[in-house]
Design a protein around this ligand. Structure first.
Ligand SMILES: [Fe+2]
Length: 243
């Protein structure tokens, strides 16, 4: 399995506390059947606008993690990425070529919607990604209260060509029953292409997919469930179309 969305790199956001925790997360992922993790730190450190993680820093941290994994004898592949909030500041960085796409392949980018409101200019901002040849992957829409209240808002983003990634923990109850129900609805309607852990640490939000994969299989069937944790994430890392 490929875990397309994790906060395994230490010192960049609210993810792994230090290298020790990053290695603990790697061990958990491997034991769960994950062969590749994609490190997707938040674009802005501590979500403070202005203090951002530039591509070269994320790539350097990924190299450091690879070295440490090799030293520890852990055969886990790591790819680089970034979780981008839909804000004008992020769009400015996009214009300047300062946003890291998934696996640096210039084809997909993880996009996080604000929890409280969907910006009026969302459509325009999504077009700006498209103009650069980037397809946004909306991260965990099932956890967004605005989408839960107004699913049409999500539908309009999907019509613009966005993909969606649900969080594994949403299916196993980690975010409550309402989120689990909404995740199931989205899956049943065929609105989801990827499941990832969005792991932040080794204890409360670990990089695990296997238990959720069982739930996912029960909802969408074995073939589609596997696609969401293996074939589709691989295409995304390769920069290939997913459909
Ligand atoms: Fe995340």
């Amino acid at each position: 399995m490929i875990d397309l969305h994790t906060h395994i790199l230490p010192g960049l956001d609210d993810g792994a506390r230090d290298w020790e925790e990053a290695l603990d997360m790697a061990r958990l992922a491997l034991a769960d059947g994950i062969t590749t993790v994609v490190a997707t730190p938040h674009l802005f450190r501590q979500r403070v606008v202005g203090d951002f993680n530039p591509p070269e820093l994320i790539l350097e941290r990924v190299e450091q993690l690879r070295t440490r994994l090799a030293e520890a004898g852990l055969d886990l592949r790591v790819a680089a990425g970034c979780e981008v909030p839909l804000t004008y500041e992020a769009m400015r960085l996009l214009d300047e070529g300062r946003l890291l796409s998934l696996n640096n392949a210039n084809r997909y980018v993880c996009l996080e919607m604000p929890d409280t409101a969907i910006p009026l200019a969302t459509q325009e901002l999504i077009f700006q990604f498209s103009a650069k040849g980037l397809t946004p992957i909306i991260t965990h829409p099932e956890r967004n209260p605005v989408f839960a209240e107004m699913p049409d808002k999500l539908m309009s983003l999907l019509r613009l060509g966005c993909l969606t990634q649900i969080t594994a923990g949403s299916l196993t109850g980690a975010f409550g029953r309402r989120v689990a129900r909404f995740a199931k609805q989205l899956l049943t309607k065929g609105y989801v292409q990827i499941m990832a852990s969005d792991a932040h640490n080794s204890h409360r939000r670990p990089p695990l997919l296997k238990a959720a994969l069982q739930k996912l299989t029960a909802i969408v069937g074995e073939s589609r469930a596997w696609d969401m944790v293996a074939a589709t994430p691989q295409k995304i890392l390769n920069g290939e179309p997913v459909f």
